[in-house]
Design a binder for this molecule. Sequence first.
Ligand SMILES: [Zn+2]
Length: 181
Amino acid sequence: MIRHTEERLAGTRACARAHTHTNTPRPAFAGALLADANGNVLLEHTNAVEATRDATEHAELGLVRRASSHLPPETVARSYMYCSGEPCGMCACAIFWVGIPRLTYGSPGSYLGELAAQPGFKDREHPLAAGAPPVAAESVLVGANALGIERVVEGGVLLQEAKAVHAGYWLPPDAGAPQHG
Ligand SMILES: [Zn+2]
């Protein structure tokens, strides 16, 4: 793991918070960032589902699409991706297709499922609130290793900080956020 991990993960949370006063009515809860091996930030992107009313406007997918269309393939092939939370199955597949080899994230997808089970969860129509299981990013990306394409995935980094961003978005301010999981 490169030495800039904590700084870059903090950057994904800052990226999410930055949208609070721009074009979203509520703070975004997910940010994604792409860096080179020296920790230099190449791209960053924020969840824009509310702003665009497009349910696929996840921070990770937006970042991956920009990386694929704007960066040289050899740069992408040596890049490091950081996400405030675990990418969903859709985004993990996109990461696979563009060939980003290293992924580090904060809170696991299962934590979003825990929040969705809370009485105050703000979006009862969210797929997770209906019980849809998240697809683990690691199962998608590390599965590629069987094809001889090495992917390195590390989750749960700066876990409590990452969870706080999610809980602050999905639950009312006075709700006690679940801390396990
Ligand atoms: Zn996603």
